[in-house]
Design a protein around this ligand. Sequence first.
Ligand code: ATP
Length: 303
Amino acid sequence: MVQAKALTKRFGEFEAVRGIDVEVRRGEAFGFLGPNGAGKSSTMRMIASVSPRTDGDLKVLGLDPDTDGPRIRARLGVVPQQDNLDNELTVRQNLQVYGRYFGLSRAETRRKAVELLEFAQLTDRAEAEVEPLSGGMKRRLTIARSLVNDPELLLLDEPTTGLDPQARHLLWDRLFRLKAQGVTLIVTTHYMDEAEQLCDRLVVMDGGRIVAEGSPAQLISRYSTREVLELRFPPGQEFPPEHFADLAERVEPLPDRILLYTATGEAALEQVHARGLRPLSSLVRRSTLEDVFLRLTGRTLVD
Ligand SMILES: Nc1ncnc2c1ncn2[C@@H]1O[C@H](COP(=O)(O)OP(=O)(O)OP(=O)(O)O)[C@@H](O)[C@H]1O
């Protein structure tokens, strides 16, 4: 669906995307995971064929965005980072206006709006204005609107940023449905749980480069251990990483806690206690993509 080779985007002197190679296959959910400023949105905008590449090769749906932008855009759905719904119109009107924009007849537009309201679980809000809707409802409406032209490929830029956990789950559920219907999804996110939940494959981006690529499970097994023990010590009682070197494969000190990477966190915790150490808190958890990112970049995803 998307093939990029040495894809580059420069803004003046500044290189936001530094020669990345990406291939997105039909039917998969593909993710760009990285912190703010990693170059995810710039990449998405090139794929969406609204921002020309500076260098490299790019094919979207087999076409070149430089010469076939309108044909590509007609077959894409785009959910931008900021909702750009028309606040003066009702929920239904927002969908219908978009349908007309894509050249559907009035009858088709009406039928499509009914279907999409159902999909977005907004049927009972159809005649409501957009402004007072919750953030989650607005996002679902934006996604519904992006589906007006039955896109084969849906691009979602940070789809759940700013939503509460329940709203995020509801939204993920809608995206799973689309995937089950065969829509290819490309998602940018700086939430590791979103990438883990949604993506079959992903690339980790940092500073305009791809630093790792694979399925969430592959990345975790390649770059982390099965479990992590998180320890917090009272002020004045912090310990240097070397203190735990024999208890874990890797020890990562963060400003507010220390992470011990190990196959069995409980065993490591017992050892900590056996040494007479009394952390303020301890947590054994499985490794996540956050740990992968920390390992690859030395930084956390969300500061
Ligand atoms: N139009 C522009 N002109 C100049 N610099 C830009 C422009 N758009 C983006 N940048 C810069 O390019 C870098 C990458 O931005 P981009 O939006 O692609 O990152 P991102 O990973 O999507 O992060 P975010 O989550 O903040 O959108 C940033 O340093 C940003 O300031």
